[in-house]
Write a protein of this length. Structure first.
Length: 256
């Protein structure tokens, strides 16, 4: 069993072992309202799901439904959270429920993965490679895991990552205008640096819809965050003046 890997080598294959185990803890999460909003026409929307580690499984659930409908998906993974076993297990559960066989291989053949290990690679994947790939493959859905995880690295200068994030946001807005739907999945983090904490607030304020995942008595609970609240948080976070940056991040590490 295999799935596609993007990057400099488009269409490269990675092997997946067949002994996939079904776990009761990986039962489908009932969040039909969120899923319905993301799927509803017209295409071209920016959604963000953040909270605990379950955001990645919830996003893979959304991806699985799109794959089941034959929709190709591009997934940019900045935190090594992609789980091919989950999608394969989803296919088997659908088969068991509907009594119509869904081939896990067919689902995985329609998902294309690009991994980013640095903030420079993340910017290049979203602003350069992704737009061209989406048009080439006639895909309509993008899922991004841990967009900002590598931006929290203190070795990357703050003025560079702030400028990089603005270019990424502009690229996401352009994808939206081209009728591509984007779902971000982010793990909540509390950083020592207030300036780097503000990165996520700025990203949230650029999204159409944001949902936070919290633990409830009956499992995970999804809470919608109104735009006015997100905008207020971003403005308060950016109330201090930040030195402007006119330079562009070097992409010298992309081919390493």
């Amino acid at each position: 069993m295999s799935y596609n890997v993007l990057g400099d080598q488009f269409g490269e294959k990675m092997q997946l072992r067949e002994n996939i185990q079904t776990s009761q803890s990986e039962a489908l999460v009932p969040y039909t309202a969120f899923l319905s909003q993301f799927k509803t026409a017209p295409p071209g929307k920016l959604f963000c799901l953040h909270g605990d580690r379950s955001v990645f499984r919830l996003s893979l659930y959304a991806a699985s439904h799109a794959l089941l409908a034959g929709v190709p998906i591009a997934l940019v993974d900045g935190t090594n959270r992609f789980d091919a076993y989950y999608i394969a297990d989803f296919a088997r559960r659908v088969t068991s429920f509907t009594k119509q066989r869904v081939d896990p291989e067919q689902l995985l053949e329609n998902i294309f993965i690009s991994r980013a290990f640095t903030c420079y690679q993340m910017e290049a994947a979203i602003t350069e490679r992704l737009p061209a790939f989406m048009k080439k493959q006639h895909a309509s859905v993008v899922i991004i895991f841990g967009l900002l995880d590598t931006f929290y690295d203190e070795q990357a200068p703050l003025f560079e990552v702030k400028a990089s994030l603005q270019r990424i946001i502009a690229a996401l807005q352009q994808l939206k205008r081209q009728h591509f739907s984007v779902l971000l999945a982010s793990l909540d983090m509390k950083l020592e640096s207030k300036e780097r904490n503000s990165l996520f607030l700025n990203l949230k304020s650029a999204m159409d819809e944001v949902f936070s995942v919290t633990a409830g008595e009956n499992g995970q609970r999804i809470v919608h965050e109104p735009f006015s609240n997100r905008r207020r948080e971003s403005l308060l976070s950016n109330s201090q003046s930040i030195p402007p940056n006119s330079g562009r991040i070097s992409h010298r590490t992309l081919n390493n």
